[in-house]
Design a protein around this ligand. Structure first.
Ligand SMILES: [Zn+2]
Length: 426
């Protein structure tokens, strides 16, 4: 069985939540695949790799695998390598994002029932490692990293005398810079009057905040997909900085929280990361809530700009009137077409995402109602992918809504599929 996934995303309806959903679904599926032995091959090819080098390595691996003692394991591994080499021959050039090929002898129904399954994936972002790995499970970490890397947050830890900047992308924390003000401490007051000293200190604090703002603007404005900014610090400086005229308005709009933390150096940044986790999670929830509320608001006013139901939404997508489609993540249904190889009898089936692996594995036990021959799957499509493709044709956005919020649960009352229209279609 062969499966191909182009996860670069639909070109027009490019939606982060849809791309994440598709990648996560695929990772979860591949994660569930386990071999009895090291019979699962993972091959990551970055865009700049020379294909003939990869083929050469596969030939070497074939030689090595010929020495595997267990007869079954040897046969399975050799079959997997052969199938990988064959698949590579079909590629003229490596896609811009590279390509990932998983080939494994996957048990379908207990030991001895292994079948070779192959998954060819064009990842959503360029992969930068070359890796060949033979194991009892697929090596998925680089894809998981891409899943985490969809959104970035800017972090600023700031105090009177010091400020640190970092970008958090997925689990990857990049500490960019720590700057210091060089402001005098209270001990340096010397003979000056307390009031005069106070003014000097204030002026210096203001100047330092200007510098912090300049650094933040330079570092964060160019970050793609910057979802928000979190500011923290031990004293009142963080509030003055956040409220004052220091940050570019585009960044100011993205301030998610101002937090009390103990430090303004790298330790402070790490403190911010651990304190801000809940805030980051909430950002998407707030977006989802707003989307569903907008839909419900339009629906209750009966303006004709809100529709729901698979059939209705598909029809509106087809005539180009949809602005945003809202799909619940729990609408995980595959439309599978099965066909009898003997008499060509064809039937469409609806299979839920959690049952699809089992359905594929046991397809041979499904027999033709006309002539009793075991049926074949000739095509299958996830409803979310189907809607994504339709949306792409008319530049409609697709938002995957989790069931973690009250609004997300409400969406299920509408069959889990709804849309907000650009104009009334009738
Ligand atoms: Zn038949």
């Amino acid at each position: 069985m062969d499966y191909s996934y182009d996860l670069r995303g639909f070109i027009l309806s490019e939606s982060v939540s849809l791309r994440k959903f598709r990648l996560k679904k695929l990772i979860d599926e591949l994660k569930s695949k386990r071999g009895y032995h090291t019979e699962l091959i993972s091959l990551y090819i970055p865009p700049n790799k020379v294909l003939s080098d990869v083929t050469n390595q596969l030939n070497q691996e074939y030689g090595t695998a010929s020495n595997i003692k267990s007869k079954t394991t040897r046969k399975n591994v050799l079959d997997c390598i052969t199938k990988t080499t064959q698949r590579l021959k079909m590629i003229n050039s490596i896609p811009d994002n590279g390509i990932v090929i998983f080939t494994g002898a996957i048990p379908q129904n207990g030991q001895g029932s292994e079948k070779i399954e192959q998954y060819v994936i064009i990842p959503p972002k360029p992969i930068n490692i070359y890796k060949y790995l033979c194991s009892s499970e697929f090596y998925l970490e680089p894809l998981e990293e891409q899943l985490a890397e969809e959104e970035s947050y800017g972090l600023i830890a700031v105090d009177r005398g010091e400020a640190s900047f970092a970008i958090l992308t997925g689990r990857n924390l990049q500490i960019l810079k720590t700057i210091t003000s060089g402001a005098p401490s209270k001990h340096d007051a010397g003979g000056q009057s307390a009031r005069r000293f106070e003014r000097v200190i204030e002026q210096l604090a203001h100047e330092f905040n200007i510098r912090v703002g300049e650094y933040a603007n330079k570092l964060f404005l160019e970050v793609k997909n910057l979802k928000g900014i979190v500011i923290g610090g031990p004293g009142p400086t963080k509030d003055k900085f956040a409220e004052g005229p220091y940050l570019d308005y585009r960044l100011k709009d993205k301030i998610l929280a101002i937090l009390d933390i103990g430090y303004s150096d790298e330790t402070g940044i790490k403190e911010l990361v651990s304190r801000a986790e809940d805030i980051f999670r909430n950002v998407r929830y707030v977006e989802e809530k707003k989307l569903v509320q907008e839909f419900l608001g339009k629906l209750s006013k009966d303006t004709g700009f809100a529709i729901y139901g698979e059939k209705e939404v598909k029809a509106a997508l087809n005539n180009g009137s949809v602005a945003v489609v809202l799909i619940s993540e729990s609408v995980d249904i595959y439309k599978v077409t099965v066909k009898c190889p003997q008499c060509d009898y064809t039937e469409d089936k609806s299979v839920s995402g959690k049952d699809i692996s089992k359905f594929r594995a046991e397809i041979n036990s499904l027999t033709c109602p006309k002539c009793n021959t075991p049926m074949n799957i000739i095509s299958e499509k996830n409803i979310i992918d189907e809607i994504g493709e339709l949306a792409d044709l008319t530049n409609a956005k697709v938002e995957i809504i989790s069931t973690d919020t009250e609004e997300g649960a409400q969406l299920l009352n509408f069959g889990g599929i709804a849309a907000i229209l650009r104009y009334k279609s009738d």
